[in-house]
Design a binder for this molecule. Sequence first.
Ligand code: 4AD
Ligand code: MG
Length: 461
Amino acid sequence: MKERIIHLLNGKPSDTIITAEGWVRTKRVSKTVCFLELNDGSSLSSLQLVIDLENFMNTDILDSIQTGAAISATGVLVASPGGKQSVEMQCTQIELHGEAGPDYPLQKKRHSLEYLREIAHLRGRTNTMSAVMRVRNEISYAIHTYFYEKGFTYIHTPIISTSDAEGAGEMFQVTTLDLLNAKRTEDGQIDYSKDFFGRKASLTVSGQLQGETYALALKDIYTFGPTFRAENSNTKRHLSEFWMIEPEMAFCDLEGDMDVAEEFLKYVFSRVLNRCEEDMAFFSRFIEKGVAEILQQVIESPFAHVTYTDAITELSKNNSSFDYPVSFGADLQTEHERFLTENVFKGPVIVTDYPKEIKAFYMKMNNDNKTVRAMDVLVPRLGEIIGGSEREARLDVLSDRMKELNLIPEDYWWYLDLRRYGSVKHAGFGLGFDRIVQYITGMQNIRDVIPYPRAAKQADF
Ligand code: 4AD
Ligand code: MG
């Protein structure tokens, strides 16, 4: 019977003959016994294989088995005399699938995360990266479960898009044109009518606009997919290709939106704490001291709320220590976001009502005509993890705002139709998936929570 190692480690000694498959982490040999640590990625702990050399049939195979080799091991589970695990395998038969020589890059020693990024195709076999991927998987499942149980419909919004959802001009172009020889229009521009889609197309920066159209049909929807941003920011929290979750709710205002964001984050945190105990203990011990306890505290306390205006008052008291001193109108940098959440509120905080100039065109205008119904959820270590808003549901206000920002309303005719037919208040937010993985695991760099990070000048593998 074949079993994943996590199930074997949770099992009891038994006479049943079982087979475990995986990659050898270490090998120790004495005169009479050989110990192999076998890991199959199902858990942080490896299964200890104990081979009695005097009774083992093909001991010469053992010479070819070194760190990194892929093997199947057959035997029975026995109680383990060592304190580390409760069971180990008394192994009577081994099949060697693939050897790994002394040049295998993951020899048993500590490797820096920077080095592991250079061997991203193998780093899944390390404790840290396999724990990150298991937790990433659990977070993804928790997200779908939360929305499913709340009656949201998962909508697959397009990845190739012809509208700039954030209006920020940070899109990667998708084209099949030969750019050197592309046909030009009379005014010297590239003639996109000759391009694959008959017009200029890009990778999406957000599924929100299309998401809104389905929220105004199915009431509560969410998207969960890859998004792309050509922003040239080389930081520990930005990727050019990242995954985003975007719920959108009709008949919902900013207050309702914030309530869902808080409940949703807490739900995901507690699922992961309950279901990834071993991995979270690992992160708490080796990656970010006490991260599991901190998450537990976050679950137990209400998020703080502050308006942008009050946040600026608070921040400006500390202006002398910032690289970028703030005043009303300033976009919050990571240093400001972190100061608010780490020093002022000492936990997650939701900042609302930002000046319209630093937010996207679709946000609902407040009566002051200066600020919009935006909300960002900030968390310690990272700053912004969620950005959301109540949407502008008034056709005239939205069209005027678009013109102010030099967006062409006709290009967004279908989006504006939502305000023409059956318009209703609605709101939503975007959670950066890779950022929540970073927050939960305590990993410092976003490039270490996704298998193959894409960032400016980085698209290897
Ligand atoms: O604040 P953003 O740009 O909001 C939107 O895209 C809205 N359309 C969301 C909505 O209301 N439906 O992005 C949302 C979140 C951010 O809070 C951040 O967590 C993440 O996406 N994010 C990034 N994550 C990694 N790398 C990047 N370059 C990111 N840009 C945004
Ligand atoms: Mg944002």
